[in-house]
Design a protein around this ligand. Structure first.
Ligand SMILES: Cc1cc2nc3c(=O)[nH]c(=O)nc-3n(C[C@H](O)[C@H](O)[C@H](O)COP(=O)(O)O)c2cc1C
Length: 374
């Protein structure tokens, strides 16, 4: 019997042929106008498979969404035109591709904003320490309700732009300590209005974005990524099971047709090579959500967990670092072939090295290794 990982699944408007997913991975390979460069097309095309789902790197919804240098955007005609080349190349190989929508909130810095504005967030609380560029993180401005309403419209417009660029759908990035996650977590949200305090209020912004996008492009082209236990960028919540349980219950009740929900496993820290011990589990959320469920995190470190997980609960499995290093990971997993090791040093560098030059499996070039028992 085929492992569940290699069985078809209906997702949104497509029937996938397997459940191995490219996790969203920021690679900072766009140009200074946040337009993807030609080798970005090659990178995604290399990873496309018939009936396989790719989620793009996080992509800015507007010029004021954070603007890390060399990360892509989806708010100008030029950006849309170049993304079209990516989606076309993926579709030519029979693949399915979703764009991840990004606003980074307080993770940004005034030096990245068009007019030097202060970053924004739920509350005026800075991330501790420095960003990737060595700048001290700044105290953000707490968004006003009118700003939040305008941002919901920015997300909506970005989703429409994504469809114009040929994407099969969008994944709302509400994980890993970026803007929507900053509203969800108690550590970064101290508001006392309808966007703060209770779980219902902290979840409101993310759920409004889901509704606006589902309304604009259809729920079956809308998805969301969540990470209840990401400690990244000082995220912490007092009651993760209750908070994300509420969010998933709301999605199940009001948006049951969403293409998928995507959860990051509690065990993962993508900066580490180890799988930390934890008793936390996504199972309560799996039980609530009846549609396609993507699990990410740690499968790079132990790929056999991917087979176990999908056999157990039918999950799609997103690979991050292992998919960076193995453009043909789908065939490698299908055949039990060994994986290339990733090189962390080239995750964020500008060139082709460590991006489009990872080799596909060549039997004659490989030392004899026993096939892992999966
Ligand atoms: C270089 C790099 C860039 C990442 N960029 C994003 C991103 O843009 N959006 C996101 O949601 N997660 C991002 N992540 C997290 C991954 O999607 C994934 O959850 C994580 O790497 C764990 O999976 P793995 O153990 O298979 O690597 C990134 C991770 C890495 C290593």
């Amino acid at each position: 019997m085929a492992p569940t990982l290699f069985t078809p699944l209906k997702l949104g408007r497509h029937t996938l042929q397997h459940r191995v997913v490219l996790a969203p991975l920021t690679r900072f390979r766009s140009d200074e106008k946040a337009v993807v460069r030609p080798f970005v097309t090659e990178y995604y095309a290399q990873r496309a498979t018939p009936g396989g789902l790719l989620v793009t790197e996080a992509t800015f919804i507007s010029p004021t969404a954070g603007s890390y240098p060399n990360a892509p955007g989806i708010y100008t005609q030029e950006q849309i035109a170049k993304w079209k080349e990516v989606t076309q190349a993926v579709h030519d190989k029979g693949g399915v591709i979703y764009l991840q929508l990004w606003h980074i909130g307080r993770a940004s810095h005034s030096k990245f904003s068009p007019n030097g504005e202060q970053p924004v967030s739920a509350s005026a609380i800075a991330i501790q320490g420095k960003n990737l560029w060595g700048d001290q993180q700044q105290v953000p401005r707490a968004l006003e309700i009118l700003d939040i309403k305008a941002l919901v419209q920015d997300y909506r417009q970005a989703a429409l732009n994504a469809v114009e660029a040929g994407f099969d759908g969008v994944e709302i990035h509400a994980a890993n300590g970026y803007l929507l996650d900053q509203f969800i977590n108690t550590s970064s949200n101290k508001r006392s209005d309808i966007y703060g305090g209770s779980i219902e209020n902290r979840a409101r912004f993310a759920l409004e974005v889901v509704d606006a996008i589902a309304d604009a492009i259809g729920p079956d082209r809308t998805a969301i990524r969540l990470s209840p236990w990401s400690g990244f960028q000082d995220m912490q919540d007092d009651t993760p099971y209750e908070t994300w349980g509420y969010i998933v219950s709301q999605l199940q009740a009001h948006q049951p047709e969403l293409a998928y929900v995507h959860f990051v496993e509690p065990r993962i820290d993508f900066r580490s090579e180890a799988l930390p011990d934890t008793t936390d589990s996504l199972d309560p959320f799996r039980q609530i959500w009846k549609g396609p469920f993507i699990s990410a995190g740690g499968y790079t470190i132990d790929p056999k967990l991917a087979f176990e997980r999908s056999d157990k609960s039918g999950d799609l499995i997103a690979f991050g670092r292992a998919f960076i290093a193995n453009p043909d990971i789908v065939e490698r997993l299908r055949n039990g072939w060994p994986l290339n090791r990733y090189n962390r040093k080239t995750f964020y560098t500008p060139g082709a090295e460590g991006y489009t030059d990872y080799p596909v499996y060549q039997p004659e070039a490989q030392p004899e290794v026993p096939k892992p028992s999966l």
